[in-house]
Write a protein that binds this ligand. Structure first.
Ligand code: SAH
Length: 465
């Protein structure tokens, strides 16, 4: 971020603008919405500016700006549409301590004016660092359409009612009250009876919420998918929106955690593959403790919570404590990985079954039905298979698997740093050591990428082999 968005208190402060043409008019239309004191310097002002001056909405000086004119200004706009004049006035304003915006010159501006959606007191500011004004306008148009024009009025009435709403306990119950006001009962009352009806409705709504029973805690076991936030389900997003407490594992990416409700408590219960940093018992207790305290707990697990996620142990702990729960499935690493290489997990006449294997379990490297897996055409998605690659390779070859069987390792599937390692059973462990993968990686035994990487639209750097 080269520009940090803030909302500046301008009530009663001086804002000075130099210029009297179209650029000046565009800025003044925005500035006139504020409670700032506006002074315009323009030898030849447009007639609108003259009219505003007559109405007392701004002060007009029919001359060029001079030293001393910006001495008490908080902001200054250079809007003469003449680079040398703009440079001259900017230099004065800057030396007199005002923050300067040069309307045609991003480089020489200390601040920029965003695209604004005005539902005062609700104001949305949209900026693109000057990179894509078209985009800013499109977003503005989209928001204008979506935010009802009565929103400003509802917000003003709501603001005056805040003290009353403080009778509700802080947190979820108070949020629920406001959500119902802004999105359901408020707009409805406004339609039916205007501002008076909205005020009456607020009183009733508050009473209902004060009478309501405190809700009980609940646990949602939610799949976060392989890492790309767009691969979250809508249900997962909704759960993130409601969470009071979010307990996540190491696979959950920062981009996804960003989506959690801002007030949610985030707890990292990440375990490394070898040597847990927080024991499963600790995690179970943590979930139960928060839910018993009345929180909406989201237990967020990478991929699908039902795949190598120790879900059952957590469900047992939660049920044991008499807490309600539900599971929101997610996209597992195997699905994301085959998608990355344009292959199917199952295929007619090749494999009618697919195995999800773990490379290691509680006892160490995991044993599997190697004899069956060694048959031609078998496909297996091997989770946590990096450290156990040599062991798996040895077992399969010992049981007669063809050394040239294709194997593909996908690291960071679905994420910007996704890498694809195309190899064979014979070369698997050496190639893996050489590649030095550091992120989560899924080994797909029995499949190679369908087409050359270029045909899969993969950026070059994603290729390893
Ligand atoms: N519940 C998860 C799996 C947890 S086990 C799921 O459904 O995907 C952890 C293993 O999953 C990792 O060791 C790795 O093998 C695999 N994995 C998880 N996310 C991955 C990703 N984005 N890319 C590749 N492998 C991933």
């Amino acid at each position: 971020m080269q520009h940090f968005p803030i909302f500046l208190a301008v009530s009663g402060r001086n804002i000075v603008l130099s210029g009297g043409g179209d650029a000046a008019l565009a800025k003044l239309r925005l500035l006139l919405k504020t409670e700032a004191r506006l002074t315009v310097f323009a030898p030849n002002p447009a007639s609108e500016i003259e009219a505003w001056a007559v109405d007392g909405r701004l002060e007009l000086q029919r001359r060029a700006l001079q030293s001393g004119d910006t001495a008490r200004a908080a902001l200054f706009y250079a809007a003469d549409e003449d680079p040398s004049e703009d440079a001259r006035t900017s230099a004065i304003a800057r030396s007199e301590g005002a923050l300067v915006n040069n309307v045609d010159n991003l480089q020489d501006s200390q601040f920029i004016t965003p695209a604004i959606v005005d539902r005062d007191p609700v104001t949305v500011a949209i900026g693109t660092e000057g990179a894509a004004p078209v985009l800013a306008r499109a977003i503005k148009a989209d928001l204008e359409e979506r935010l009802p024009s009565t929103l400003g009025t509802l917000a003003r009435i709501g603001k005056a009612f805040r003290k009353m709403a403080d009778h509700l306990p802080m947190g979820r119950r108070r949020r629920k009250f406001w959500a119902e006001y802004y999105f359901r009962s408020g707009p409805r009352a406004m339609d039916q009876g205007g501002e008076k009806a909205v005020r009456d409705d607020l009183d009733q709504l508050l009473q209902q919420h004060l009478d309501a029973q405190e809700r009980e805690g609940h646990v949602a076991f939610v799949g976060a998918g392989p890492g790309d936030p767009e691969l979250l389900t809508l249900k997962a997003r909704n759960a993130l929106d409601k969470a009071d407490v979010l307990i996540h594992d190491r696979l959950v990416t920062p981009e996804i955690l960003e989506l959690a409700r801002r007030e949610a408590i985030l707890i990292d219960a990440g375990k490394t593959a070898f040597g847990p940093s927080m024991s499963q018992d600790d995690i179970n207790q943590l979930i139960v403790k928060h839910a018993l305290g009345g929180a909406q707990v989201v237990r967020l697990k990478g991929g699908d919570p039902t795949v190598f996620g120790r879900l059952d142990e957590e469900i047992e702990a939660v049920t044991g404590a008499g807490i309600s729960w539900h599971v929101v499935p997610g996209i597992t690493a195997a699905s994301a990985s085959v998608a990355a290489i344009g292959q199917s997990l199952t295929k007619r006449d090749r494999n009618s079954a697919v195995r999800l294997l773990t490379g290691h379990d509680m006892k160490g490297f995991a044993d599997h039905d190697w004899r069956t897996l060694a048959r031609p055409g078998e496909v297996a998605a091997i989770y946590m298979g990096k450290k156990s690659a040599r062991f798996i390779q040895g077992r399969l070859i010992m049981h007669g698997a063809d050394r040239s069987t294709p194997v593909t390792v996908i690291e960071n599937a679905s994420r910007p740093d996704q890498r694809i390692l195309e190899t064979t059973l014979d070369a698997l462990s050496t190639d893996l050591v050489e590649a030095g993968l550091t992120g989560p990686a899924l080994t797909i035994y029995g499949l190679s990428p369908r087409a050359a990487a270029s045909e899969l639209n993969l950026p070059q750097e994603q290729e390893l082999a």
